[in-house]
Write a protein that binds this ligand. Structure first.
Ligand code: SF4
Length: 448
């Protein structure tokens, strides 16, 4: 029996893509293994969003090259955004690798693996592939990621995604619903809909709000989230629907990247600070307890101390529950890399700015988490705590990890009282067993 070992780097879309590759290869007679030593095919499914992600993959390829010296029949493949980003130059630079595939080539994996066993093979085409018929759903326990769109049409100046994943493609509504139903049949009680700008999903007469309406009515599904939306793509109807549907979780990731209008313009983000603040106000009007998170890049080329101060003041104003905070990482092929090299910020300034936003956000996260202490919170129980098997781990509706005492069944909704908070976790002191949460809540369909 041929065995494939897949290692995944980067975003949740890559996690879903790895599950897709695993399905395609299992249909062709492979078995997926967790043990690299017994694999005849090793795939590294990679990310190109930051230089550090590519460095990690290069180091891993060097390690696996040693395994290949002992087992020359092993086929080593690198898939995803990194080969698409770096292209043919990889063939010369990484002679240990037999197969390079971009994100639109996974359907052809079996034949390409065969070719790669004979000679180095590269397939980096971008086409209108959406894999909709292959059900690229990855179910882990009671949670599933369901890709609903691929690619991006926005071309922010720092980002390689439009170059590595191509233009936006939305899956048909029926395919999304079939995939969600299939995830529920495999045990999922919560799904996260995935896309690079997930809220720009549209198909025929259907817009994102209609998709949420349909998905939230799938029987057996308790919770629905989505990531990552683009702030400029939201329609207020989405928040109105989220406010009335218990299954649509009030958790929103709102990537802003900078609080400075000058930087937002330079990054070609498609909105300014005032529009973003107004979006946050609209969300909080409909969903006062929404959990908000963001992505921020500090030290984008040309960022002044004043620009950076604007980012800090935005963080203070919005008061995110959490944030992904990064230093600008130049990516070849992007506008910022081609045109703004001379304006890049010195390392020590960039590192100091990153440290300052991390400390700021840690303080705010702790305050945001602490406000739940003493309150009752509805939690979906997702598994057993890895640190302490006497406890369970779950998620609050607004996306916070909750540790609760053992007892309730995995996959059920329970109400707990929060006793303590850190800046990343809520600790429940008790489960309200006399106050169960209904598993099935009837709702009416929206009109299209
Ligand atoms: S919207 Fe997101 S994925 Fe698209 S180019 Fe901008 S940062 Fe990249």
């Amino acid at each position: 029996m041929k065995r494939v070992y897949i290692e995944t780097y980067g975003c949740q879309m890559n996690v879903a893509d790895s599950a897709l590759m695993s399905h395609v290869l299992e249909d062709a007679g492979f078995r997926t293994t967790e043990d690299v030593q017994e694999a005849s095919l090793v795939l590294l499914n990679t990310c190109a969003i930051r230089e550090r992600a590519e460095d990690r993959v290069r180091a891993r390829i060097r390690q696996l090259g040693q395994l290949k010296r002992i087992r020359p029949d092993l086929v080593l493949g690198v898939t995803g955004c990194m080969p698409k980003h770096l292209g043919k130059e990889l063939l010369d630079r990484l002679p240990q690798v037999d197969l390079f595939l971009g994100p639109d080539s996974y359907r052809r994996l079996p034949e390409l693996v065969e070719a790669a066993a004979q000679k180095p093979t590269l397939d980096l085409r971008l086409d209108d592939e959406d894999y909709s018929d292959l059900d690229p759903v990855s179910v882990e326990g009671v949670h599933a990621f369901v890709p609903i769109m691929r690619g991006c049409d926005r071309f922010c100046t720092f980002c390689v995604v439009p170059l590595t994943r191509g233009r936006e493609k939305s899956l048909p509504l029926d395919d999304v619903i079939r995939q969600v139903e299939s995830a529920v049949a495999q045990g999922a009680r919560a799904v996260t809909l995935l896309g690079q700008t997930v809220n720009s999903w549209h198909h025929g007469a259907h817009r994102f709000v209609h998709l949420l309406d349909h998905v939230s009515r799938v029987p057996g599904l308790l919770r629905v989230r989505f990531t990552s939306p683009h702030p400029a793509e939201f329609e207020e109807e989405v928040f109105a629907l989220m406010a009335e549907r218990p299954g649509l979780c009030p958790q929103l990731h709102l990537p802003v990247q900078s609080g400075s209008d000058r930087m937002l313009e330079a990054m070609k983000r498609g909105h300014d600070r005032a529009q973003y603040r107004s979006l946050v106000d609209t969300i909080r009007r409909h969903l006062p307890d929404a959990g908000l998170s963001t992505d921020i890049i500090v030290a984008y080329p040309g960022e002044s101390e004043e620009d950076f101060a604007e980012t800090c003041s935005l963080i203070e104003e919005v008061r995110y529950d959490s944030a992904f905070l990064f230093r600008y990482s130049p990516r070849s092929g992007t506008y910022a890399h081609r045109k703004l090299r001379a304006e890049e910020i010195a390392d020590e300034i960039a590192a100091a700015r990153l440290q300052r936003v991390i400390e700021l956000q840690e303080r705010i996260s702790h305050e945001r988490y602490t406000r739940w202490v003493g309150r009752a919170v509805e939690v979906l129980v997702e598994g057993v705590s890895r640190r302490d098997p006497a406890h369970l781990v779950g998620k609050s509706a607004d996306g916070k990890t909750v540790i609760l005492p053992g007892g309730p069944e995995i996959g059920t909704l329970v109400r707990v009282e929060i006793g303590q908070a850190t800046s990343h976790t809520l600790l429940a002191r008790g489960v309200h067993e006399d106050d169960p949460v209904p598993g099935d809540r009837a709702v009416e369909q929206l009109e299209v």
